[in-house]
Structures are given as structure tokens and as C-alpha cells.
Design a binder for this molecule. Structure first.
Ligand SMILES: Nc1ncnc2c1ncn2[C@@H]1O[C@H](COP(=O)(O)OP(=O)(O)OP(=O)(O)O)[C@@H](O)[C@H]1O
Ligand SMILES: [Zn+2]
Length: 569
């Protein structure tokens, strides 16, 4: 039995996530986790909320709540929505946990011991009106490179140039709008990523099977300009992991916290400690410590493209730089962006469909199927209501749902609610079985390779085979001349239902559960196709399931289209 450690990029705490966030991280991770469990492998699937940093503080202030309370509430909100989407985390942790605090301080301590952290005295913008140092992205001004007038302190969104706040012309605080800013001296810790550049470069080079999106972003950061830069890992904030060297105080760093990107990926490990402390398991080290049994673990990470630099370079720098036997990621699956109806999804502007709203209008399976079958893999993709309606109606209602309904209802009317007896053992020729075999194995290959869209296509092809079979065999006609042959045809078609359930479970888990329950069988991953289509013996009782999927009407589509055309507050 193989062992798979799977993590999804951890969603930020300051609001409900949109469908782009979902398809760019949690959902494909869930697909892979479910698939590996379906294959009988051992899986540890972890996610968490990313809770530290200024945006959380600001969101809490806006909600009129202490930040810890705000985060606890939002964590529960996100956890509940995740359940609604059937995201099958073994644990959904919190980066503000005590476990993560300890582990983050531990890593900082060993990195310092290994001479991979340096202290830097720098000047930083202090806002008198706000009474605080301003993080780079809370300072805006004119870009010195292109003249764009709302460039942020860390980057110009117009020309993409990386900036320092001091580079900006006419800077102001985006919190208060104040221009009463002063450069003040402050001390910060920097992770010496540049020291590890060659080691990281060789490691990325060895990953020849990774998506080009992943490796190209890593390579860009490694080599563009002066190459991989050291990165500040502390901030002058209240909300975060206090800067400590292991258990000890860090002289000169009093009152400072680690920067979110340093503690957030460490939460992947801490989440498994939380899992143990929550009584869900008893050994996290066999997943994470190569000296404690994690040697045979395959670790796969899922994330949107903007998270790639941290996962290909910064977090590996933490892991490798510790010189401790931590499990390093084996595969990084990254995604482009999903756009919404002619523009971008945006949390800050409330543009698009958000996870809670989606579940209010349709159950999880509809969204899961559309999002995964249109995952932004090789390029950005776009959600439109027309496309959503079309795909759902065709794939889920016309192909899968209709097949199940036709065969079970026909069987009930002619033979009763049990698998009929009689006729040839297998009412289909060898070519058809060979084709099914090929399609199943192809599906497995795409799922192993984390080729989400291709896997969806292969699954759809397997569903279509059932429909085409029914169409050609036409047991309703056969029945009139040769009821025995019709019985055999129906037997074959009924056998496809549990096969479909098991194969489809990673995509549409609720429908899969309904089908297995109706057919009164347990999930069992298919071996040879010939065995899979003869699994249910004649006489096996079943029940006609309720309609699996309703069609989306034009009226519904139009209603939703206008409902979601504006922005949410
Ligand atoms: N439009 C999108 N399509 C696909 N993935 C996305 C999209 N936007 C964000 N992601 C990914 O979603 C995951 C969770 O994102 P996170 O909670 O950090 O929000 P974010 O990146 O700040 O997005 P936003 O600014 O839209 O809220 C990350 O892996 C991120 O790369
Ligand atoms: Zn610019």
C-alpha cells in the first residue's frame, strides 16, 4: 500500500473563498486524495486557514472584533463550507495554532544555528496617522518605472516590477490615506535563500515531471536579475508568531512576529500535529520525518500559480536549510487562474461566485464536476453561466444521470428490482470490453499524473460508453423478441453503475454514494474490465435511485447570471 501525503495551499482567513480559489488548490487536492483512497492507498490530506498578517488584522477591525476571535469564527465558517463541498481533509488546521507557533520558532532557531538567517537593520515606512509600521502592500504611490499611479510598495501591478516602498513617488498609506510617512530604522531577520540557490536549482532541475508552470516560475525566481534574493521573514506587527530562536528569546527582536509566508507552509506539518492532538491519529512523524518512517511517503502539493515561489524555493529552503530529516515535497501541481465571466474573480472587490453562494444554488457535485473538468491547467480558464449550464446538463444529466435512470427503470418495469437472469454471460463483444479496459486504465494514468482535465475527459468517455451501449443494444426492443438477451444486456448495463460510482467518486462523491447505495454494493476499485462488468450476479437486489442530476433551465441560468453580475459587499 502506497502512502500519500497531500496538502492544499492554505486559504487566507479574511473572507469566504471564491470558485477560483477552490479550483486552484483545495478541490484538485481533494480529487487526488479521494482517488488515492479509492485505490486503497493510505492518505494524509491536510489543509488549514492562513491566519496571520495585516489583512487579517484589518478585516477583524472592519468586523469590529478582536483578531483572534475573528479568525476563530472565520475558520469555522471556512471549515463548514469545505464540508459542504465534500473536501475530505483529514485535518483542517489553523496557522495560528500553538503547534505551528512552536514549530515555526523551532525552524527559525535551527536556521539561525545553521547560519541561514541574518539580521538586517533597515528603514521602513512608519505611518504617524496609523501609529504603526506599514507593510509594503499598504503603501501605494506612483511607479518609478512606468508611471502607474497606484503601484504598491512591493510590486507594480501594471509593469510587474518588484519595488521597495522607498522607490514609490508620492507614497501614501492605504489604511488611512495619510501621506505623513516617515522612514524609521527597524531590525529584521532575513532568510539567506541566496546561500541555497545552487542546491535549490539542482533540486528543481531534477524534477523533470513537474508541470512547466511550476518549474518555470521557480526558474524565473532563481535566475532573473541578480538571482534568488534573501527574504525578510519578520514584521513589526502584533498578530503573528512571536519571533523566538527555538524556545529562547531573540535579543533585538522583541515585539516582532514572523512574516506569514514563513509560518504558513510550516502549518502543513503543524496541521498533522493538530490532527494528533485532536485525537484523530497517533503518529504524525511517520508522515513528515524521514528518520521516523516517512521515507516511503509520496508528498504532493496543490496550489495556484502565485503560491509557487514560496513552495518551490522558500519553504524548501526552510526544510533543507534545517538539516533535519523532514520530508520534502515530491510533486508540486500548480494551476493558472480561473476567471469569471469576462474578468477576474476578486475577493477584495467581491466579484464572482463565492463558495457559500455556490452551495446555496446547487449541490457540491455540480460545481465539482464543472470546476474540475475545466481546471485552469495549461492556461487560464473562464467560468461562464452558459458553459456551466451546458456542461452540467450534458455530462451530468444527459450522459450519466440519464443512463442510470433508463437502465434501472427499464429493469424494474420488466424484470423487477434485481439483476435479471438469463441470456449470454456477457452481452457485448470482446472489442467493447477491451475499449472499456483501455479507458479505465487511461483514466487511472491521468489521475496518477494529476492531469485533472484529461482525467475528467477519460471519465466522461467511460460514461458515454454506457449510453452508447444502451442505444445500440436497445434492450426495450430486444425484449420483444428475445427477453433472455435483453436480460443479459440489462445485466451488463446495471453492472456499469457501481463501476461508474467508484470511478466517479473523486469528482462527484455524493452521486457516487447514492449509486452505491442504490446498487447495494461496496466501493471496489475495478481490476480487469471484464470482471468489473460481471461483478453483480443475477438475482442481486437493487433499488432505483432518485434522479441524480436535474437540468439547469434557461430561466435559472439567467436568474443566476444577473444575481452574480454585480459585486458582493
Ligand atoms: N482565480 C484563481 N484561480 C485559481 N486559483 C486561484 C485564483 N485566485 C487565487 N487562487 C489560488 O487560491 C489559493 C488560495 O488563495 P488565497 O486564500 O491565498 O487567496 P488569494 O491568492 O489572495 O486570492 P484572492 O486575492 O482572489 O482572494 C491559492 O493557492 C491561490 O494561488
Ligand atoms: Zn510600473
Amino acid at each position: 500500500m502506497a502512502r500519500h501525503l497531500i496538502t492544499s495551499a492554505i486559504p487566507y482567513i479574511n473572507g469566504i473563498k471564491h470558485l477560483g480559489n477552490l479550483v486552484g488548490s483545495q478541490l484538485p487536492a481533494d480529487l487526488f486524495a479521494r482517488y488515492q483512497r479509492g485505490r486503497g492507498n493510505e492518505v494524509m490530506f491536510l489543509c488549514a486557514t492562513d491566519e496571520h498578517g495585516t489583512p487579517a488584522e484589518l478585516a477583524a477591525a472592519k468586523a469590529g472584533k478582536p483578531v483572534a476571535e475573528y479568525c476563530a469564527e472565520m475558520h469555522d465558517v471556512q471549515a463548514k463550507i469545505a464540508e459542504g463541498f465534500r473536501l475530505s481533509f483529514d485535518h483542517f488546521g489553523r496557522s495560528s495554532s500553538e503547534q505551528n507557533k512552536k514549530l515555526t520558532q523551532h525552524f527559525a532557531g535551527v536556521l539561525a544555528d545553521n547560519d541561514l538567517i541574518r539580521e538586517v537593520s533597515e528603514t521602513q515606512m512608519y505611518s504617524h496617522a496609523d501609529g504603526r509600521f506599514l507593510p509594503d502592500r499598504y503603501i501605494e504611490g506612483t511607479c518609478p518605472n512606468c508611471g502607474f499611479d497606484s503601484a504598491r510598495g512591493d510590486q507594480c501591478d501594471n509593469c510587474t516590477k518588484q519595488l521597495d516602498p522607498v522607490d514609490l513617488i508620492n507614497p501614501h498609506s492605504t489604511i488611512s490615506g495619510s501621506t505623513d510617512l516617515e522612514m524609521r530604522e527597524t531590525k529584521h531577520l532575513y532568510l539567506r535563500q541566496s546561500q541555497m540557490k545552487d542546491q535549490l536549482d539542482a533540486w528543481i532541475d531534477s524534477k523533470t515531471d513537474w508541470p512547466v508552470l511550476t518549474t518555470s516560475i521557480a526558474k524565473k525566481w532563481l535566475h532573473d536579475g541578480d538571482g534568488l534574493q534573501d527574504r525578510g521573514i519578520t514584521r513589526d506587527l502584533d498578530w503573528g508568531v512571536p519571533v523566538k530562536k527555538g524556545d529562547e528569546d531573540w535579543p533585538g527582536m522583541e515585539g516582532k512576529v514572523f512574516y506569514v509566508w514563513f509560518d504558513a507552509p510550516i502549518e502543513y506539518i503543524a496541521a498533522s500535529q493538530e490532527w494528533v492532538d485532536a485525537g484523530k491519529g497517533d503518529d504524525w512523524e511517520r508522515w513528515w520525518r524521514t528518520d521516523k518512517g516517512a521515507d516511503d511517503v509520496t508528498y504532493t502539493q496543490f496550489m495556484g500559480k502565485d503560491n509557487v515561489p514560496f513552495h518551490t524555493l522558500s519553504f524548501p529552503c526552510t526544510i533543507l536549510g534545517s538539516n533535519e530529516p523532514w520530508k520534502l515535497v515530491d510533486y508540486i501541481k500548480s494551476f493558472n487562474y480561473l476567471n469569471y465571466d469576462g474578468g477576474q474573480f476578486s475577493t477584495s472587490r467581491g466579484r464572482g461566485v463565492f463558495m457559500d453562494q455556490a452551495l446555496e444554488i446547487l449541490p457540491a457535485d455540480y460545481w465539482r464536476w464543472w470546476l474540475l473538468s475545466h481546471a485552469p491547467e495549461s492556461s487560464d480558464s473562464e467560468f461562464t453561466w452558459e458553459n456551466f449550464q451546458q456542461s452540467v446538463n450534458k455530462d451530468l444529466a444527459d450522459v450519466l444521470g440519464n443512463f442510470v435512470s433508463r437502465v434501472t427503470k427499464f429493469c424494474r418495469s420488466k424484470f423487477g428490482e434485481e439483476v435479471p437472469t438469463g441470456g449470454p454471460d456477457l452481452a457485448v463483444d470482446a472489442d467493447w470490453v477491451a475499449q472499456l479496459e483501455q479507458n479505465i486504465r487511461q483514466y487511472e494514468e491521468f489521475m496518477e499524473a494529476k492531469e485533472v482535465r484529461k482525467a475528467a475527459g477519460a471519465l466522461r468517455a467511460i460514461w458515454v460508453m454506457g449510453n452508447e451501449y444502451l442505444q445500440e443494444a436497445a434492450p426495450w426492443s430486444t425484449f420483444k423478441e428475445d427477453p433472455e438477451l435483453a436480460a443479459s444486456q440489462v445485466r451488463l448495463a446495471l453492472n456499469l453503475i457501481p463501476l461508474y460510482a467508484v470511478l466517479s467518486e473523486p469528482f462527484i462523491p455524493d452521486a457516487a454514494a447514492t449509486l452505491l447505495e442504490a446498487m447495494k454494493v461496496d466501493a471496489e476499485w475495478p481490476g480487469a474490465a471484464a470482471d468489473a462488468v460481471t461483478r453483480l450476479p443475477a438475482g442481486h437486489a437493487f433499488a432505483v435511485p432518485d434522479n441524480l442530476f436535474g437540468k439547469i433551465s434557461d430561466d435559472q441560468r439567467e436568474e443566476w447570471q444577473s444575481k452574480f453580475a454585480g459585486t458582493r459587499d
